[in-house]
Design a protein around this ligand. Structure first.
Ligand code: ADP
Ligand code: MG
Length: 294
């Protein structure tokens, strides 16, 4: 027997490193007219690195102490920024104490008790209600150059900033261009990161529609708004902080390598072989298969 078109399209997508979970999904992929991309781990390589460790005077810690506390608190987190912080501590051969009472707030950061001290690590504007100039000025300076400023708060005092840098995926700009041609609409960037770092990266990738500073709920609302306006939206994300947006979309695609376990299970499709360029390829495969299905 010859294989039904949607099934051979699934097999073909598999050869391009995309796991499409059903024939229904394979068919829906071809209906997508708007693509929303997450930033960290999707548009970027998702292996950010700590490029600067800056203690703030109020904390009274040196670089090693600051990084030790931050890395201990981040250790249980799945977020790419958390891995960057832990790797930086390992490279400096710092001993990491075991954190207690770990909690993480998606799109905001983490909190844990490390050797009796309460340590919070995350977005400066999210951790502090009213950050003063001593935090805001160095943070904005880092962000203007495309870096993500990660704030470390110890026992309620801003103790330091970590500058994290991530690279655009090599195929990001080509993928954005291909998706624009294929769907007739330029992709949208949805990110929890700050507007300065987001704008910097979006410009490099050729994306104009940038929605930054979004919490997971806001990302979902942005998707619902687009769908409410009649769009068929595909969200591509790592699922760490965009699980609700992935679920709300017409099609949710998870990046396999950076993706959380939950995202891989609940997504409609998974990019197994870490190549963003497989997204437009898969949409095109669906379009072709749909023409053959009567
Ligand atoms: P993106 O949309 O770029 O993938 P996220 O929504 O995952 O970003 O996170 C948004 C912001 O929240 C990050 O830029 C960071 O400032 C902060 N954040 C979230 N989780 C963490 C964490 N574990 N450690 C440090 N910062 C975090
Ligand atoms: Mg993310």
């Amino acid at each position: 027997a010859t294989m039904p078109p949607l099934l051979s399209a699934i097999a073909n997508a598999g050869r391009h490193g995309v796991l499409v979970k059903s024939a229904v999904v394979m068919e829906r992929l071809g209906q997508v007219d708007t693509v929303a991309l997450d930033k960290t781990g999707t548009l970027t390589e998702g292996t950010p690195r700590v490029v600067d460790v800056r203690p703030l005077p109020a904390g009274g810690l040196d670089e090693g102490e600051l990084l030790t506390l931050a890395a201990a608190a981040e250790h249980p987190s799945e977020h790419p920024l958390a891995r960057a912080v832990v790797d930086a501590a390992r490279e400096r051969r710092l001993d990491l104490p075991v954190a207690q009472d770990f909690t993480s707030a998606p799109g905001i950061g983490v909190k844990a008790v490390v050797e009796g001290r309460t340590v919070e690590v995350g977005a400066p504007a999210r951790l502090l209600d009213d950050p003063d100039g001593a935090v805001v000025e160095p943070a904005e300076e880092l962000e203007a150059s495309g870096r993500t400023a990660v704030l470390v708060v110890v026992d309620g005092t801003p103790a330091g900033l970590l500058a994290v840098a991530d690279r655009l995926r090599p195929d990001a700009a080509a993928t954005v261009a291909a998706l624009t041609t294929l769907t007739g609409t330029a992709p949208v960037l949805l990110t929890g990161d700050n507007p300065r770092a987001a704008a910097h990266l979006a410009a490099e990738a050729g994306i104009e529609d940038v929605r930054a500073g979004l919490l997971p709920q806001d990302k979902m609302d942005a998707v619902k708004e687009l769908e409410g306006a009649g769009r068929k939206v595909m969200v591509v994300g790592d699922g760490v902080n965009d699980a609700p947006a992935l679920a709300a979309a017409h099609i949710g695609v998870a990046m396999g390598r950076a993706g959380s376990d939950l995202a891989l299970e609940t997504a409609d499709a998974v990019i197994v072989r870490d190549e963003l360029a497989a997204v437009p390829t898969t949409v095109a495969l669906s379009r072709r298969a749909r023409k053959l299905v009567v």
